[in-house]
Design a protein around this ligand. Structure first.
Ligand code: ADP
Length: 498
């Protein structure tokens, strides 16, 4: 069954074509210099496409086109309902092309095809529909200023927005930016990661087909230090929305300071704690979610539950059950629908993860599971679920974001120690608390310095709930109506009454 299905998926891949040119204005265009880079698949190293290596020239052009589109109001001047209808059409087109987009995502960055379809594409469509539907239901405000005046508080689009996205969820994160940014009426320039440009490039053509006017959504593939830097440094870009590493997030803040003080929002990952108390109601459920919470998407997830904090009385039993769940996760060719853990995105990322596994051993943590790549396809790197036990709070594998399928297990004796350990990193993206006592749940939940806290669950949520970080996990929120803040200005219109 599985093999036959892998063959079927491979046959679908054989029928695909890949577009690597930039999407500028009305369509695909080569770079001015003709420069490209070769995009290979992390599955087996096969060459997928030559991709435009955009730099300042292409970014300048995209920004000028985006500005023109914004100024002549071809998009921002439409009624919210008209924008809604076009965005709904865009969502329908994404849905009807979901199979192709999911294959591009898997080939590009190595995630299991089953997840690309059932998670990434499903959530992208849902996200676009949610923002489209929200648009014509958002009201402005009147301030309580008395009879002498009318104090109107109106939300306006910010203008030209640059969105720099990473390679772990290219389409879904593009959706988190496109929904609110396009919904508000802005012009948007997407800079996909160099590891995963193909799916968003395809998306741009669907946007145009759906009726989003020329110049409103453009895609500039290329390297971070070239295309990404040029976009974030551009003085005619009004806002940058970035998802990626903290290191680059700090550079984006500098670029804003060196140029036009553009609005910056950042989501820069985490080292999220998953805290299991002794009175956990269902240890099997906690183990199941702890395992998926860190090994899903090869652990290449900003909100991965990469630290399991277990009360010492349940630690051993919990870890045994997490191991049992992880043992059922099939590491394999991501094109195989049975695969649960696919290929690491790049040689660089694999080396980084393997290096952390070496560091964990050197620091004295005990390796209970995994730890070495497994042979799946030549030319790809496949790291199985890996578990370190006996991790101490100050070890590097307890502090630094690994972005791979590596779980660090720490134990605690009481609630105060759990809170201290949980908050003891520079990050603050997510946290989970497993307990049957509602008082513990709320006390600990409120004590977490993180943007999301899940109680008796890990990494759940909805497009209607905000997502983002405290501390160095970032600035601003994706998802929900709060995301509109990143892509809008608030204006006071004061009307004096005579
Ligand atoms: P990761 O370490 O997960 O690859 P990065 O932060 O390096 O994350 O990359 C996230 C996104 O930021 C990618 O689109 C990448 O091209 C871009 N990027 C990397 N360096 C820079 C930079 N100096 N300026 C702007 N964007 C950058």
């Amino acid at each position: 069954m599985s093999l036959a299905t892998l063959e079927a998926t491979k046959a679908r891949v054989a029928g695909l074509s890949f577009e690597g040119r930039a999407f500028l204005g009305a369509g695909y265009q080569p770079t001015r210099s003709g420069e490209t880079f070769t995009k290979c698949s992390p599955i087996d190293g096969r060459v997928l496409a030559e991709v435009a290596r955009c730099g300042e020239a292409e970014v300048d052009k995209a920004v000028a086109t985006a500005r023109q589109a914004f100024e002549d109001r071809r998009w921002s001047g439409l009624t919210p309902r008209a924008r809604k209808q076009i965005l709904l059409r865009f969502a329908d087109l994404i849905e009807s092309n979901a199979e192709e987009l999911a294959l591009l995502e898997t080939l590009d960055m190595g995630k299991p095809i089953a997840d690309a379809e059932s998670v990434d594409l499903r959530l992208l469509v849902l996200c676009m529909r949610w923002y489209a539907e929200a648009l014509d239901k958002i009201y402005d405000e009147l301030a309580p200023v008395g009879d002498g005046a009318i104090g109107m508080i109106v939300r306006e689009p910010i203008g030209v927005v640059g969105a720099i996205i990473p390679w772990n969820f290219p389409l879904m994160l593009a959706g988190w930016k496109m929904g609110p940014a396009l919904g508000m009426g802005n012009s948007l320039i997407l800079k996909p990661a160099e590891q995963s440009p193909l799916s968003t490039l395809r998306l741009a053509a669907l946007a145009l087909e759906a009726g989003i006017p020329e110049g409103v959504l453009q895609v500039v593939p290329g390297f971070g230090e070239e295309a990404g830097r040029a976009l974030a440094l551009h003085s005619d870009v009004d806002a940058i929305s970035f998802t990626g590493s903290g290191e680059v997030g700090k550079l984006i803040l500098q670029y804003a300071g060196q140029s036009n003080m553009k609005h910056v929002s950042l989501e820069c990952g985490g080292k999220s704690p998953n805290i299991v108390f002794a009175d956990v109601k269902d240890l099997d459920e906690a183990a199941e979610q702890a395992a998926w919470g860190v090994f899903f998407n090869q652990g290449e997830v900003c909100s991965a539950g990469s630290r399991l904090l277990a009360h010492e009385s349940v630690r051993e039993e919990l870890v045994e059950r997490v191991e049992a769940v992880a043992g059922t996760m099939r590491v394999g060719n991501p094109l195989d629908p049975e695969t649960r853990v696919g290929a690491m995105v790049s040689d660089e990322q694999s080396a980084r993860v393997l290096d952390y596994i070496k560091i964990g051993k050197q620091e004295g943590a005990s390796l209970r599971m995994g730890g070495a790549p497994v042979e799946v396809e030549r030319g790809g790197c496949y790291i199985p679920p890996t578990i370190f036990d006996g991790v101490k709070g100050d070890m590097r594998i307890a502090q630094e974001e690994i972005f791979g399928p590596v779980l660090s297990v720490l134990s605690f004796q009481d609630e105060a120690e759990a809170i201290q350990l949980a908050n003891n990193t520079t990050y603050g993206l997510g946290a989970a608390v497993w307990t049957r006592d509602i008082n513990t749940a709320f006390r600990v939940g409120k004590a977490m310095r993180s943007g999301s806290v899940w109680i008796n669950a890990y990494d759940t949520g909805d497009i209607s709930t905000p997502f983002g970080g405290y501390k160095q996990s970032g600035i601003g929120r994706d998802k929900s109506l709060h995301a509109l803040d990143k892509y809008s200005q608030v204006k006071t219109l004061w009307v004096a009454l005579g």
